[in-house]
Design a protein. Structure first.
Length: 422
């Protein structure tokens, strides 16, 4: 093999795909293909097919779509001999950085509009650099340089077509921010706060008072769905009434915010949920006491439940059986009332709080609950209740319900002397 053949062989093996393309008609012919390929009417239909787009990494999809858009692509090839994009797509069974390129040969012309489309694995340097830059681009929707004094801005970076580069100089910052809201890019529930805090006069006052960076978290429509982003305005170190220069960054925080909310909910669950029964715990009950103490109208009813024979169960059958006994009754409570109105406040003591119903309704629900509890198999419970009109204290109602419960428990032990009292 001579040197030329050797070089051509090495180059040939570098490419995943090599396609001969008529960029006007879209007719194409694979010279080399990675695997079995499906036929399409033209190259543009193939590139824009769901089958092809599904192989592209989500964060790179917008840029890839722009690269293969027919009108822009044809114009670019006529203007430049090489049109290149580095992006991530599935090769084999995993994502790799690849380089796609349209190459215009020397004899390319309007009469002979034939180019070559290639796809190959990108080199390691491109992989490392592009991973950092692409992820940064995905995070940041906009980076703007702003002069609040003149209400003007220039685009440092823009991820999508929300602010066309050709129009940016024609708009004032306040005009663009207003359009963002009016066009529904900001979620309706966040629009009032966004409008108030991004008013140019508000930002001027904010920075003149030396309050530091201005941050607004809101939901922004991106590719048809709302994602959490943060709008951050950073003043220049020498921000004054005469020099009102700031930078505005709009950054995607959907994934990290979702993880933050997940951790917060997990902590709340640990803090306010009884780990054994899944009901709310004593901490949650104390919060309910405080919340009701602030109300001056409405009503509140309390049902106090105490399991009979838990100590007997633990002593004779073990604590695993006792835990099962507790969980069984907790499941019954969940079916009888809303979970967020039921609390395990002690070992075998449970409180249910029913707000804003009439006394007749409360008594009817209590009677029904007691009847259903008495019909339970392998479960015995003593129940007491109390009802009051706010601002009666919840603690006093619980105390009254507990006294009624104790009377019911005394009757139970008279009828079941074999069960040892706790």
């Amino acid at each position: 093999m001579d040197d030329k053949e050797f070089a051509m062989d090495v180059l040939w093996n570098d490419f995943i795909d090599i396609v001969k393309v008529n960029i006007v008609s879209g007719a194409y012919n694979y010279l080399k293909a990675s695997d079995d390929v499906r036929e399409f009417p033209d190259i543009f239909t193939m590139l824009e097919s769901t089958e092809n787009l599904s192989q592209v990494y989500a964060n790179d999809l917008a840029e890839y779509r722009s690269f293969i858009a027919r009108k822009g692509l044809i114009t670019s090839i006529f203007e430049s001999s090489r049109n290149t994009l580095n992006y991530r797509r599935i090769v084999g069974n995993q994502y790799h950085w690849v380089t796609s390129e349209f190459i215009r040969p020397k004899d390319f012309s309007l009469q002979n509009p034939v180019a070559v489309f290639t796809r190959k694995l990108a080199d390691e340097k491109i992989c490392n650099e592009n991973t950092a830059v692409r992820e940064l681009n995905f995070d940041f929707h906009k980076i703007l340089q702003v002069d609040l004094f003149f209400d003007t801005y220039s685009i440092v970076k823009v991820r999508d077509g929300e602010v066309p580069n050709g129009e940016s100089a024609k708009k004032f910052l306040s005009q663009w921010l207003l359009e963002v809201v009016e066009e529904g890019i900001v979620h309706a529930d966040d629009s009032d706060v966004f409008k108030r805090m991004t008013e140019v006069d508000y930002m001027r006052r904010y920075f003149l008072e030396k309050r530091g960076n201005l941050r607004i978290r809101y939901r922004r429509r991106t590719n048809g769905e709302f994602r959490w982003v943060v709008f951050e305005a950073v003043p220049s170190p020498d921000f004054t009434l005469q020099s009102q220069n700031i930078m505005i960054y709009i950054r995607d925080i959907e994934d990290e915010y979702a993880e933050q909310m997940r951790r917060q909910k997990s902590l709340e669950k640990i803090s306010f949920e009884d780990s054994l029964t899944g009901l709310q715990n004593r901490t949650a009950y104390n919060q309910a006491v405080q919340a009701l103490s602030k109300r001056t109208s409405g009503s509140c009813g309390v049902i106090f439940s105490d399991l009979n024979g838990l100590k007997y169960m633990n002593d004779n059958f073990g604590h695993a059986a006792g835990d099962k006994y507790l969980k069984s009754f907790a499941d019954f409570l969940k079916k009888s009332f809303r979970t967020n109105s039921c609390y395990r406040i002690g070992g075998d003591e449970f409180v249910t709080i029913i707000q804003d119903c009439t006394e007749e309704e409360f008594n009817a629900r209590t009677s029904s609950f007691i009847s259903c509890a008495q019909a339970l198999k392998d479960t015995s419970v003593s129940v007491g209740s109390a009802y009051g009109i706010l601002p009666v204290s919840l603690e006093s109602l619980v105390e009254k319900a507990e006294q009624v419960m104790y009377a019911a428990k005394a009757k139970y032990h008279q009828e079941h002397p074999e069960v040892v009292r706790k």
